[in-house]
Design a protein. Structure first.
Length: 312
């Protein structure tokens, strides 16, 4: 049907001097640029798993032979490489092309002006950019609002971070490659140099010298840790210094180096997270930091772009 209205030309196909009228395959048809950019003319469509141009043409025009209209309007000349693959084709393609699908394909940074959610490809090296990537196991390192990194982290409150499941199972409350903010670098309570627990002490009510027995003692996060709500006549409140307990041990507050919370907005409240799969996920500081994009993530993004087509 595509060639039905193409002009005919006389052509000697065997070189014996006998001319025959044949379709001029050298002619080309194109959609005007103004039409392609006029959003009033076309609709956008996400190609579903396994859909072909013929299937979409049959749905839209009631005629699968009009598949060429879809290809033409989307500048597709090679349907095997410019049309999105189904899942089985994609996996076979990845296995054939890459020996390591999780190797770094390139690095990206967030642009600093305009739409700051847009990432820019900066090539295969990240020597001009910082690197602050922290990993954690959603199965064992996620506890409600708290995330514990596998190594000492370098995050500070207010840092913007990008979340990645590293091609694993995304934590339900987070979005793959989503932008989040460090809202709290939680504090440890350290007793005589040993970590007992984080963030609070609960009095057991047996301290006869405390007027607020069975209440909580908290740190306010400043200095070396300030003990609040301590009404004991013996211990008192010590600003910026250790609290000496009756046993002679010191109780001090310090910022943890592996524990923190994240928020969906800058300055917002922490997100309560569900424990996930037994695998490594990552959070990457995204201010002046190049984010590694794996071969799998790159090829997946290519397929996502191919799924976005225009329909007349």
């Amino acid at each position: 049907m595509y060639f039905a209205n193409f002009p005919l030309i006389p052509y000697d196909s065997v070189g014996d001097g006998n001319l025959e009228l044949v379709t001029n395959l050298l002619k080309r048809v194109a959609v005007r640029a103004k039409v392609k950019t006029n959003v009033m003319v076309f609709d956008t469509y996400d190609v579903k798993e396994g859909e072909t141009p013929e299937i979409i043409a049959d749905k839209l025009y009631d005629d699968p032979e009009l598949h060429w209209v879809i290809l033409l309007f989307n500048d597709i000349t090679d349907r095997y490489h410019q049309w999105p693959m189904n899942n089985n084709q994609f996996l076979a393609y990845m296995n054939d092309k890459y020996t390591d699908q999780n190797a770094v394909h390139h690095y990206e940074i967030y642009q600093k002006s305009g739409d700051t959610t847009i990432k820019i490809n900066v090539g295969t090296t990240a020597t001009d950019y910082g690197s602050s990537v922290e990993t954690f196991n959603p199965s064992s390192d996620v506890d409600g609002e708290y995330i514990t990194t596998t190594t000492v982290h370098t995050f500070s409150v207010g840092d913007a971070v990008s979340y990645s499941s590293s091609s694993g199972t995304t934590i339900s409350e987070l979005a793959e490659n989503g932008k989040y903010f460090i809202t709290s670098v939680a504090e440890d309570i350290v007793l005589n140099g040993s970590d007992d627990d984080y963030q609070r002490i609960i009095l057991d009510g047996t301290d006869s010298d405390s007027a607020n027995a069975e209440s909580r003692i908290r740190l306010d996060g400043t200095g070396d840790g300030i003990i609040l709500n301590e009404d004991s006549g013996i211990h008192g409140r010590h600003i910026g210094s250790a609290v000496l307990m009756e046993t002679g041990n010191f109780l001090v507050g310090e910022d943890t180096t592996t524990l923190f919370k994240i928020s969906g907005t800058s300055g917002g409240g922490p997100i309560s997270l569900s424990a996930g799969s037994d695998e490594l996920h990552s959070l990457t500081k995204i201010t002046d930091v190049a984010i590694p994009i794996t071969n799998f993530e790159y090829e997946e993004s290519v397929q996502d772009e191919l799924r976005q087509i225009r329909l007349l």
